[in-house]
Design a protein around this ligand. Structure first.
Ligand code: SAM
Ligand code: SF4
Length: 342
């Protein structure tokens, strides 16, 4: 679709039963990863058989069906998206929706391990912003959290992304007793390099016990700790995601807080997620899902897939049920974050 046909014939909006406009799609392109972060994966994960995955062409078709229905932002995630073979083929083909103006933004969430290799190509495909996950600046701690990640490679990857002209935002999971003592340092480091940083509360996803609840550190406490060092001014800035932002007077940079547990953000939720097998999750914190792979494979025409998307959005729930009560999650979701995509 070119920009002109789009203006004449605007894409229909996806509106859920609570009046929320679904304009943001997160796509997990693989469940595999070269790290095993303790809050995300078990050490011995069994991954999906390759034949269950959508091909890159199928992923492109599915994403394009959402774009045709008015999705304006696509975020590619995983698992680690950059370990999927030939993943740049998908970025290159999705770039056409940026060129046409149908898509406003194509972004990526990555652990950064492969960025030195891919940064230039990503930028060439029209990716302007990426999120890199990094919870600590200490090498040994980084290895302990990720089980076998190399901090130096990730830092080099961040530099490569910046050099390629992409804005980098750091995502850090707030981990009690793990990175509690370095949140100020993380903020100063990120802001010193021109990056925003977002802190995320650990969510009860996947069966990765025993330490899940030991890791939970509410962002209300993290924020209180930051206030001892910094002056935080609330700002209106939004990126389409769930983070609420403040600006740090001393550094001039922004900090985002993603607080699914201490502050429920469902009322403004504009997003849905698809897994690498073509399952659509209407909510990160609910089990209800729709199989889009079957209609996708049943016909080369997009009518079936379009109907399946409409039907699923009609079932988007009002909100999630994550609650930690008396130290226990009352409802945990059995699938891992690496399946649904962060
Ligand atoms: N591998 C990429 C990465 O790490 O950025 C993309 C996928 S990862 C699942 C996306 C985000 O989810 C990361 O920022 C990660 O820290 C976060 N994450 C994983 N498990 C989580 C959990 N249980 N609670 C909160 N955030 C989690
Ligand atoms: Fe891999 Fe990202 Fe999960 Fe860490 S958070 S194990 S990098 S998918």
């Amino acid at each position: 679709m070119n920009a002109q046909t789009q203006t004449l014939n605007p894409a229909p909006a996806l509106i859920d039963p609570f009046g929320r406009h679904v304009s943001y799609l997160r796509v997990s392109v693989t469940d595999r990863c070269d790290f095993r972060c303790v809050y995300c994966m078990a050490e011995n994960m069994s991954f999906l058989p390759k034949q269950d995955l959508l091909t890159l062409e199928e992923l492109d078709r599915l994403c394009s069906a959402f774009v045709a229905k008015g999705v304006r932002k696509l975020r590619i995630t995983g698992g680690e998206p950059l370990v999927r073979r030939d993943i740049m083929t998908l970025f290159r083909s999705l770039g056409r929706h940026l060129d046409s103006g149908a898509l406003e933004e194509l972004t990526l969430t990555t652990n950064g391990s492969q960025l030195t290799r891919f940064a230039d190509e990503l930028a060439a495909c029209g990716v302007k912003r990426i999120n890199v996950s990094l919870d600590t600046l200490y090498e040994a701690k980084f290895r302990a959290i990720t089980r076998w990640g190399d901090l130096g490679k990730v830092l080099d990857g961040i530099k490569a992304a910046q050099k390629a002209g992409m804005a980098v935002k750091i995502n850090a999971v707030a981990l009690k007793g793990v990175n509690e003592d370095e949140v100020e340092r993380l903020v100063e480091w990120a802001h010193g390099d021109g990056m925003d940083i977002t802190f995320i509360e650990v969510m009860p996803l996947g069966d990765i016990e025993p330490q899940r609840l030991d890791q939970y550190w509410p962002l209300t406490q993290l924020r209180a700790r930051l206030l001892d060092r910094f002056t935080l001014d609330d700002v209106d800035y939004r990126t389409g995601g769930p983070a609420r932002y403040v600006r740090v007077r001393e550094t001039g940079g922004r900090i985002g807080f993603i607080t699914p547990l201490t502050h429920n953000f469902c009322e403004s939720c504009n997003r849905v997620r698809i897994t690498c097998t073509g399952t659509l999750y209407m909510c990160l914190g609910q089990e209800d899902a729709a199989d889009l792979r079957t209609p996708l494979r049943a016909s080369a025409d997009d009518t079936l897939i379009s109907n399946a998307i409409d039907e699923a959005i009609g079932r988007k729930p009002k909100g999630h049920d994550f609650v930690y009560e008396r130290g226990r999650p009352t409802v945990a979701v059995g699938r891992h974050m690496s399946v649904t995509g962060g």
